[in-house]
Design a protein. Structure first.
Length: 73
């Protein structure tokens, strides 16, 4: 649901893209057989996504690099 006003599709584009990446790069590729396995797999994916996976839209930096550089300024 949009947090700004009705019909603002761009509000959710970043989180929608993240969930798509998560599903196609992790969940659909792994056969998680328990909640514990799923939780561990998600923790690994979040670490990878934020700390090791470079993003073209962030100038080929990781989200953590961008966040901590902005927070330090």
């Amino acid at each position: 649901m949009s947090m700004d006003s009705k019909g603002r599709a761009l509000d959710n584009i970043y989180i929608e893209r993240f969930w798509r990446s998560l599903k196609y790069e992790d969940i659909y590729l792994n056969d998680y057989r328990s909640i514990t396995e799923l939780r561990n797999g998600l923790q690994n994916y979040f670490d990878f996504y934020n700390n090791r996976r470079i993003h073209q839209s962030l100038g080929y930096k990781t989200p953590a690099e961008v966040y901590f550089n902005l927070a330090g300024n």
